[in-house]
Design a protein around this ligand. Structure first.
Ligand code: AHR
Length: 673
């Protein structure tokens, strides 16, 4: 059954979007001889159109080991023995499970009495001093950095006999010890033990070896290991390098927790935010929906510990200076999978979850959910302004459920802006139907998704020029150029894709009166544990880098500006004529003109840029992303192949002369006098 559903999802995507490979030929750039002179004019007059502070944001989903094994810095996989196969991740190298009493020892998994959300713990029976050990393999190993400090914590309760000491060692792939510590269990009731130690060497694929001294039976749970150097130094926090990459984007919003993960393959496995807040130990583990979704990339050890839960997402949004944008399920399981529906007259608990989320984020500390937030250490409200209802839902089933949510949310929280969805595709029946209905309902912001070939992005820079200005605003909530086909494992984060997205994004910016939020998707992928490609940020257990697509996003998000301007050639908007795309904004805080120019052609383009309705200062800068090779990618070995190069520009008699190199994205900045 599982297999059938999986195939259905994949084939569904492949067939319905009928993507064809549409790679641009990797033409070698032609020399200067073919450069053409083009006169561009920026009108510095006020258009009255603001660039929304939310314009360029990030979309986070726990796909590709982005949370557990990624952003969430826990190094022990299955720390509380809750996976469906509860010993997953744990190895007993010298135990023979056919001779319980004879061998050195054995670990079994025991259920807690009662209805705790942390269901299991481990019972370790050590029979002799022959060296019973337990090993945790981590998330495709554990990343350990030389001289870095690690904090171990666990719960233990002595059951019988006398286990006197438990030793914890970090081992490299050859079993050399990289660091060790020990705890002395003292109590026969559950107690927490903690210890710190430092690693002597770096290792990408370390593991933890646990050795027991003494004989007897001991119970263990929540065996956890974190680097102490996390983002903002938070205990049991987030991986610093990964958050830094997000921080550097200066994102306007953080959308979480997905994506399809919101919906679940079945309703029972949907994302339920209430189960992700409060005491970490009590956050009930759930199988990750991407676990076995794709037959070509199965990751059966993919679960959600929810150590990165809704509180942490709100906190991260705050750290990034980004508006939190949570997306909630609307009573429909993923329609590519089961499409299970909650009957309309049974939707109340789902609607209540949405109402309670607003109370959790914004409510006074004397409200029930505001108190939960305060007890977690954040009495101040998170000032959440947006909520999304449904991810990639379609058809009347979505619209009738959305209407129920909208009515209840607006009745209690009229100020909250609701994001609705137009389904998984950027055109076709689902899309048309969704938009038509949502327009009639006066929906505020509609989410659109497009995973398409690079050519589509270059051809669609005008997509929003003709949208109805009296209808809902647009959230370009998930997009990425696919070099081969949607979610193909062969897709690359190459320059062809990134450059095409850059060209397309001039169209997003030019339509800033309509397009209020945009985000590339998916955001992150573990090099050894991904399911979906392309992705904006790649990481392994120690390193991370931004792809060419990341660099394009960063060029836009760190040069977003505040006010839209127009830029033309012969009074025409630049939408790809001879491969030239452009948009212009003013940053009223710095008093700068910011022009983005993308050349998708293989020849250079000599540009003369002048201004009307205002004057330009004498100098400026240009930052350029460029490669003559459209197939080039950033990588762990060469993370900066596609990265900005900056140079100065002279403005002479109000005119800037600049060459847009072949296959280049250029951001020009000049003071406005
Ligand atoms: O970004 C990966 C997936 O693509 C998202 O979960 C889903 O919304 C879309 O189909």
């Amino acid at each position: 059954m599982k297999r059938r559903v999986t195939v259905k999802y994949f084939l569904g995507l492949m067939a319905m979007v009928s993507l064809v490979s549409c790679k641009t030929e990797n033409k070698e750039a032609v020399a200067d001889a073919t450069a053409v002179n083009r006169d561009l004019v920026v009108d510095l007059g006020d258009t009255g159109i603001k660039i929304q502070p939310t314009m360029y944001g990030v979309f986070f989903e726990d796909i590709n080991f982005a949370a557990d094994g990624g952003l969430y810095a826990e190094m022990i996989k299955n720390r509380s023995f809750e996976f469906t196969l509860p010993k997953t991740g744990w190895i007993e190298p010298n135990s023979d499970r056919h001779s319980y009493n004879k061998e050195s020892g054995i670990m079994s998994v025991v259920k807690y009495a009662g209805d705790a959300q942390n269901h299991n713990y481990a019972r370790v029976k050590v029979n002799n001093d022959q060296g019973y050990v337990l090993i945790n393999e981590g998330f495709r190993g554990m990343g350990v950095a030389k001289d870095a400090e690690y904090k171990l914590s666990l719960k233990a309760a002595k059951n019988s006999g006398n286990i006197q000491r438990i030793k914890f060692q970090l081992l490299d792939s050859l079993d050399n010890v990289l660091g060790e510590t020990a705890i002395v269990p003292e109590s026969d009731s559950w107690s927490t033990y903690e210890s710190k130690f430092t690693a002597s060497k770096s290792e990408m694929k370390a593991k933890v070896k646990i050795t027991f001294e003494g004989t007897g039976v001991i119970d263990l749970d929540m065996i956890s290991l974190f680097p102490t150097d996390t983002w903002m130094g938070r205990e049991k926090g987030l991986r610093k390098d990964l958050v830094q990459l997000l921080y550097d984007l200066n994102p306007g919003f953080l959308r979480f927790p997905g994506g399809c993960i919101v919906e679940g393959r079945t309703l029972a496995r949907r994302y339920q935010w209430k189960k992700t807040v409060g005491d970490i130990e009590e956050r009930e583990i759930l199988v990750n929906r991407w676990n076995t979704e794709f037959n070509h990339r199965p990751t059966p050890d993919y679960y959600q510990s929810f150590g990165l839960g809704f509180f942490e997402y709100f906190q991260l949004s705050e750290d990034l200076g980004a508006e939190p944008l949570p997306i909630l399920g609307c009573g429909i399981a993923c329609q590519f999978n089961t499409g299970e529906l909650v009957p309309l007259d049974e939707l109340d608990p789902y609607v209540q979850d949405a109402l309670d989320l607003i109370e959790f984020a914004n409510g006074d500390t004397n409200t029930a959910w505001g108190k939960v937030r305060a007890d977690m250490g954040h009495p101040e409200p998170f000032n959440m302004k947006y909520i999304g209802i449904g991810n990639e839902q379609w058809g009347p089933e979505y619209i009738e459920r959305y209407a129920i949510f909208e009515k209840a949310l607006k009745a209690k929280y009229p100020e909250i802006i609701i994001v609705s969805g137009s389904g998984p595709f950027p055109d076709g029946d689902y899309f048309e139907y969704g938009w038509e209905q949502l327009k009639q309902m006066n929906a505020e912001i509609v989410d659109e998704h497009y995973y398409r070939p690079p050519q589509w992005f270059r051809d669609n820079a005008t997509r929003y020029d003709s949208y109805d200005r009296n209808g809902p605003k647009v959230f370009a909530g998930e997009y990425a150029a696919q070099s081969v086909a949607i979610a193909s494992p062969e897709n690359e984060n190459n320059w062809d894709c990134a450059l095409s997205e850059a060209a397309f994004m001039t169209g997003l910016e030019r339509n800033a009166d309509l397009v209020y939020l945009t985000s590339y998707a998916p955001l992150m992928a573990h090099a050894d544990a991904w399911q979906w490609t392309p992705d904006m940020i790649w990481f392994n257990n120690l390193e991370s880098y931004g792809t060419a697509n990341y660099q394009v996003q960063k060029m836009y998000s760190t040069n977003a500006g505040t006010d839209l301007l127009t830029i033309t050639e012969d009074e025409k908007t630049l939408i790809g004529q001879d491969g030239l795309y452009a948009s212009a904004v003013k940053d009223s805080t710095t008093g700068e003109l910011i022009v983005k120019i993308i050349n998708t052609e293989s020849h250079p383009q000599a540009l003369k840029l002048t201004a009307s309705n205002g004057n330009l200062g004498n100098t400026g800068t240009v930052s350029t992303l460029q490669s003559n090779d459209l197939q080039v990618v950033n990588s762990f070995e060469s993370p900066d192949k596609i990265s900005p190069k900056e140079s100065t520009l002279a403005v002479s008699n109000g005119m800037v002369e600049v060459t847009a190199e072949p296959y280049s994205m250029n951001v020009i900045k000049i003071k406005i006098l």
